[in-house]
Write a protein that binds this ligand. Structure first.
Ligand SMILES: Nc1ncnc2c1ncn2[C@@H]1O[C@H](COP(=O)(O)OP(=O)(O)O)[C@@H](O)[C@H]1O
Ligand SMILES: [Mg+2]
Length: 149
C-alpha cells in the first residue's frame, strides 16, 4: 500500500543521504505528491517552518545545519510559456540542495546531473502513487545508490 506516509518515508530516506550540491527534480501533475514529498524531506532535515509551494516567488529557502535547502515551484512560468534562461542556476549545485517542481519550465537553468523523481496517480486508488527515481550523472547515481542501501 502506498500512502502519504509512505511517500514521506521515502522522502526522509532521501534526505538522510543527500549532500550539498545535490539537485532533485520532482515531476508529476498537480496533486501528484511533489510538495508532499518535499514536506517529508524537509521534516527529516529538522526544518520546523511549514513547507508549502512558493506561489508568488519561485523559490523558498530553508536552513539546515549542513546546507541551505531551496524549494522551487516554477509552475506559473509554464503558463507564461517562458523557456529562457532565468538565472535560476545559482540555486543548483555548490553548497546547496535544491528540490524543483515543474522543472520542465526551466530546462536551460538546470544542471546535467540530477536525481529525477516522478509521481503518477494509480487509476482508481486515491492514496496510491507510482514513484520512479532516475539518476542522470555521477553525483545523482551516488545518491540513488545510497538511499537504496
Ligand atoms: N501516496 C500519496 N503520496 C503523496 N500524496 C498523496 C498520496 N495519496 C494522496 N495524496 C494527496 O495528494 C495530494 C498531493 O498534493 P501535493 O503534494 O500538493 O501535490 P503536487 O505538489 O504534486 O501538486 C495531497 O492532498 C495528498 O494528501
Ligand atoms: Mg506542489
Amino acid at each position: 500500500m502506498n500512502t502519504v506516509n509512505e511517500t514521506q518515508k521515502l522522502a526522509a530516506k532521501l534526505a538522510k543521504n543527500v549532500a550539498a550540491g545535490d539537485t532533485i527534480l520532482l515531476s508529476g501533475d498537480l496533486g501528484a505528491g511533489k510538495t508532499t514529498f518535499t514536506q517529508g524531506f524537509a521534516k527529516e532535515l529538522g526544518i520546523k517552518r511549514p513547507v508549502k509551494s512558493p506561489t508568488f516567488t519561485l523559490v523558498r529557502e530553508y536552513q539546515t545545519s549542513e546546507f541551505p535547502l531551496y524549494h522551487l515551484d516554477v509552475y506559473r512560468l509554464g503558463e507564461e510559456g517562458n523557456a529562457e534562461d532565468l538565472g535560476l542556476s545559482e540555486y543548483f549545485g555548490g553548497d546547496a540542495v535544491a528540490l524543483v517542481e515543474w522543472s520542465q519550465y526551466i530546462k536551460p537553468d538546470l544542471p546535467d546531473d540530477v536525481l529525477k523523481i516522478s509521481f503518477e496517480r494509480v487509476a482508481s486508488q486515491e492514496t496510491q502513487r507510482l514513484i520512479t527515481i532516475t539518476a542522470t550523472g555521477k553525483q545523482s547515481t551516488r545518491l540513488l545508490a545510497a538511499m537504496e542501501e
